[in-house]
Design a protein around this ligand. Sequence first.
Ligand SMILES: O=C(O)[C@H](O)[C@@H](O)[C@H](O)[C@H](O)COP(=O)(O)O
Length: 220
Amino acid sequence: MKLVTYPDVEMMMIDLANKLAGELNTVLFHAEQASIALPGGTTPGPLYDALCASSLDWRRVRVLPTDERLVPPDSPRSNEGMIRARLLTGAAAEAQMIALRPGADGMDGLAGRVAEVLPLDILLLGMGADMHIASLFPGAPELEDALRADAPPVMQITPPAQPEPRLSLTAPALRSATIVHILITGADKRAALERAVEIDDPLLAPVCAVLGSATIHWAE
Ligand SMILES: O=C(O)[C@H](O)[C@@H](O)[C@H](O)[C@H](O)COP(=O)(O)O
């Protein structure tokens, strides 16, 4: 695990956007397509505002939400909707979004579409103060199965104390990433990160499923 601390949030968002753009370009030097999984939530919006202006061949970039709330795509709570609004605009409008929602072909069809994007080249995660990542929440009844090495790439999760069920990439899908970044802000999440390092158990602190290979970006 590597921790990068920034003097302020704005500088962190600009620096991480440049890092992600460079990493995507490097993948595209060597491969026809690049895959990146991105979180929703309230933190990454300014990052996406900076990243969408990056000069790269976005047509060859496949974007996958790390998780999705079971709400309509036009709901203000939709992660896909937030990523589309803040990232798939400007230069990045041509990126391919792999929606994390089942179609007529159900969860099997969705799992097949996600599997086509694995292994991930780049994974960006947020983290809750309860140490959840994606929608792998402590206390969720499905968590143990979602942490198994033989878990399907995506599962429906019932997080305690959330308004709706979620769909989430599972631990093996998240761990498939070559590059892992975690973006957090504030003292509470910094303390949660330190707790997770102490706990060192993904069942109690799901972020531990990827912590070893991650670069954590933090500002107050
Ligand atoms: O659906 C979501 O909300 C995200 O994918 C989730 O995993 C998020 O990264 C954390 O909950 C942190 O959320 P904030 O950035 O809003 O604190």
